[in-house]
Design a protein around this ligand. Structure first.
Ligand code: NAD
Length: 497
């Protein structure tokens, strides 16, 4: 299928104006030029969202859920087209593109149920004839900033919850993936048209780079900013939003580890390592980056891992049978090479990591995945390099393994492969993994919609998606009602009127 055919499925053309160039990591070709939003328009965009909020906050939550149900239906209908566009614009394999759209459908289903379960509390009052309750109200327009590597799912994790919670959404997608964002807006508009009476501007897309992002982040009319991307970006966004006492949900970098214990099922561990380290060409926030193997099993596991790495099918992510597509661009390739050089200088022994397929794709950046055996957790290992580099270290005691796993600035995802209950429970205990996600006998990458997603430390501390993550999109109100004919004051205060 031609690029232009996929765009036409969403009514998009290869030029909507000047500003951003949508480039395909698959072959380096230009897919389209997309009009960049002028930062001077930010006050108008926020005012539009404020008007939408005034209407939407009073629509009953289950009715708001109906819009999200229709969004899920439209996503089901567009799944293959959108999955293909994700693959083309972000470079992940088609199956992962489809998987990403499925996550969008799943969060819509979750949010529809949630729209009837935005429960508050009733609280026993200490005063006679009084009742106390806690209610959750819509918060206001929600700004979503997203990264290139999950160009559509991150928007939906936020938008589906925000919409049922009564909040309009303004989305600033990555400047590397403007087309998938434009396609999602078209899908949203299809759902809104079927819904009938949704207020205008319930969902707006602001296309552009950091500058327009900064203008949005600083605007006091956006009480909630949900930002996904690098720790550098999160640090800047957090300061700007804190300065105006706004609320943030920060989903930032990860440096995820797997501990392989002596009792581990090595066949299972091998499969988990391979997919979580090379999937999406190492460009997932939950990618496996550090393998901490017990010294007694390293000799068995590593040769098998190296031979599995040598057989990874690398190529055009839209072709059948491919496991690993390209890096997103030349900068990502440079960052990978510089990390590998640094690892060597810090005593690492590197297998793989070279550029490949240059004869077929001279303007794209395909690489072989790298395994780097390290003498210890040096500086380069503590840093998130967004590429398929797996650092391998060995350990002798579980205490040592957990300490290594936790001794990095990031705290997103982690896992242990072990069949020893004492070890696995210790890993999940208060003195175990310090990450937001801790798995047993499952790799660290990916997540299910039903659980809260996010991590600690430099990962930002935010939670999205399932469990009670919805509470971040609403404001909590404590109300006391006096149904007596007296007015008892707190702390025994007495006075005459
Ligand atoms: P990035 O930080 O370069 O960009 C992310 C987004 O932030 C883009 O839309 C960008 O325009 C915007 N941005 C950058 N600086 C900004 C600023 N000062 N103010 C406002 N907006 C700003 O990240 P990337 O390269 O697109 O994505 C890779 C990173 O994202 C990795 O670190 C990865 O771990 C992280 N990530 C985290 C999660 C998670 O859920 N924890 C999910 C996906 C990606």
């Amino acid at each position: 299928m031609q690029h232009s055919d996929i765009l036409s499925r969403f009514g998009l053309t290869s030029s909507t104006g000047a500003g951003l160039t949508a480039r395909s990591p698959v072959d380096g070709s230009t897919l389209a030029t997309v009009a960049e939003t002028d930062a001077a328009l930010v006050p108008d965009i926020v005012a539009n969202a404020a008007r939408a909020f005034e209407a939407w906050r009073s629509v009953p939550a289950p009715r708001r859920g109906e819009l999200v149900r229709l969004l899920g239906e439209e996503l089901r209908a567009a799944k293959e087209d959108l999955g293909r566009l994700v693959s083309l614009e972000a470079g992940k394999i088609y199956q992962e593109g489809l998987g990403e759209v499925q996550e969008m459908i799943d969060i819509c289903d979750f949010a529809v149920g949630l729209s009837r379960q935005l429960y508050g509390l009733t609280i026993a009052s200490e005063r006679p004839g009084h009742a106390m309750r806690e209610t959750w109200h819509p918060m206001g327009p929600c700004l979503v900033i997203s990264a290139f590597n999950f160009p559509v799912a991150v928007w939906s994790w936020n938008a589906a919850l925000a919409l049922v919670c009564g909040d309009p959404v303004i989305w600033k997608p990555s400047e590397k993936t403007p087309l998938t964002a434009a396609a999602c807006q078209v899908i949203f508009e299809r759902a809104a048209a079927r819904f009938g009476d949704a207020p205008a501007n319930l969902s707006q897309v602001v296309q552009g780079s950091r500058a327009v992002g900064e203008a949005l982040v600083a605007h006091p009319g956006l009480p909630l900013v949900s930002a996904t991307g690098s720790t550098r970006m999160g640090r800047e966004v957090a300061k700007s939003v804190a300065d105006r006492f706004g609320r943030t949900i920060l989903e930032l970098g990860g440096n995820n580890a797997m501990i392989v214990a002596p009792s581990a099922d090595l066949d299972m561990a091998l499969r988990a390592i391979l997919f979580s380290a090379v999937g999406t060409c190492g460009q997932r926030c939950t990618t496996l980056r550090r393998l901490i193997v017990h010294k007694d099993v390293a000799g068995k596991l590593l040769p098998r891992l190296k031979s599995a790495y040598a057989s990874v099918a690398i190529g055009n992510p839209l072709d059948d049978g491919i496991l690993m597509g390209p890096l997103v661009d030349a900068d990502a390739f440079k960052a990978m090479q510089s990390a590998l050089e640094k690892a060597k200088a810090e005593g690492g022994s590197v297998t793989g990591g070279a550029r490949t397929l240059t004869d077929r794709f001279a303007d794209a950046f395909y690489v072989t995945p790298a395994i780097v055996e390290m003498p210890g957790q040096t500086e380069v290992v503590r840093h998130e390099t967004f590429a398929p580099i797996l650092y391998v270290m060995t350990y002798e005691t579980l205490d040592e393994a957990i300490a290594l796993q936790n001794a990095v600035p990031q705290g997103l995802s982690s896992c242990i492969f072990s069949t020893d209950l004492r070890e696995t429970e210790r890993f999940l205990s208060a003195s175990g993994s310090d990450c937001g996600i801790a798995n047993v006998n499952i790799g660290p990458s990916g997540a299910e919609i039903g659980g809260a997603f996010g991590g600690e430390k430099d990962t930002g501390g935010g939670r999205e998606s399932g469990s009670d993550a919805w509470k971040a999109y609403m404001r909590r109100q404590t109300a006391t009602v006096n149904y007596s004919s007296a007015l008892p004051l707190a702390q025994g205060i007495k006075f005459d009127v």
